[in-house]
Ligand binder design. Structure first.
Ligand SMILES: CCCCCCCCCCCCC/C=C/C(=O)SCCNC(=O)CCNC(=O)[C@H](O)C(C)(C)COP(=O)(O)OP(=O)(O)OC[C@H]1O[C@@H](n2cnc3c(N)ncnc32)[C@H](O)[C@@H]1OP(=O)(O)O
Length: 245
């Protein structure tokens, strides 16, 4: 993807190479990505404004998830297209890394926050909502301006610095929310399949959630390290040889 930043750090050969990359992307793909990124920036901005208005008017976070859930569900689910973008090659990033990131978010939205109403007022839900919102406004506006070849330095800086704090904060919000959900899942036996049944298969959502929580231990450092590598590449111009998926 092209990047002709207004910070004036451009170097001829890199720019030529990147312009070539953009040309080879094709006008249609570029136009689609610009539309997609503008729509996503707008969607997360609307969500951020709705959350701020709710809190200012009500003075409490109780009921906030319920009030913004439609916008959240729509735009977070729409992000599944990011995996498609990588898979079809219009975005030069890893399907695996993007897949883990997007699927964990979809899981949090639909299979935790949407499904278990009792935890919707937890502070941890607000924590990950605020963190996701700041992250996505920054990230999608970065992609948009980058595609338009007018990337203000502060957006590039924010994209590759905010995550240092926001990523662990978001993960903390997500893990605390899943932890808060455990008693309700155990009590109701939701999404679980007990034996005997005609398929002769058993599934316990409670233990599945515990496995999901533990899966953050190997997976999150990989996402975080990926972002640190991207940061070194983009902000400090380091050449990084990435392994294939
Ligand atoms: C079934 C249940 C499963 C559960 C599994 C549980 C396991 C969970 C493990 C961990 C979960 C983490 C939870 C996360 C929580 C949070 O999000 S907290 C909030 C903080 N979050 C972040 O900061 C997010 C950071 N992550 C990302 O940015 C991405 O999702 C990423 C995939 C991890 C990294 O992005 P990547 O695309 O690789 O890096 P970039 O530098 O941004 O881009 C690389 C190139 O791709 C181009 N590009 C990417 N997307 C677009 C786009 N939409 N439009 C245009 N171009 C795009 C980008 O420009 C770069 O191109 P080049 O310039 O050519 O390099």
């Amino acid at each position: 993807m092209a990047s002709s930043e207004e910070d004036g750090n451009g170097n001829g050969s890199v720019e030529e190479k990147e312009n070539g990359k953009k040309r080879s992307l094709g006008a249609l793909a570029t136009a689609w990505l610009i539309f997609y990124n503008i729509a996503m920036t707008a969607g997360w901005l609307v969500l951020g404004i709705a959350m701020a208005r709710f809190y200012i008017q009500r003075g409490t976070h109780r009921g906030l998830f319920r009030s913004v859930q439609k916008i959240l569900k729509f735009f977070q689910t729409f992000a599944l297209l990011e995996v498609v973008h990588c898979a079809v090659g219009i975005v030069h990033t890893s399907v695996l890394v993007t897949g883990v990131q997007v699927s964990s978010r979809i899981f949090m939205v639909w299979f935790i926050a949407h499904s278990i109403k009792q935890i919707q007022n937890e502070e941890s839900v607000i924590l990950f909502l605020v963190v996701w919102t700041v992250t996505e406004i920054t990230r999608y506006s970065f992609y948009t301006f980058n595609l338009l070849n007018h990337l203000p330095y502060f957006i590039k800086w924010a994209r590759y610095n905010f995550f240092i704090i926001l990523y662990p904060a978001g993960v903390a919000g997500e893990l605390l929310t899943i932890y808060a959900a455990l008693p309700y899942v155990k009590k109701t036996g939701m999404y679980s399949l007990r034996l005997p049944n005609k398929y002769n298969v058993s599934f316990d959502y409670y233990y599945f959630l515990i496995i999901v929580m533990f899966s953050y231990i190997p997976l999150f450092p990989q996402l975080y390290l990926h972002m640190l590598r991207q940061r070194r590449k983009v902000l400090h111009g380091e050449v990084i040889v990435e392994k294939d998926d």
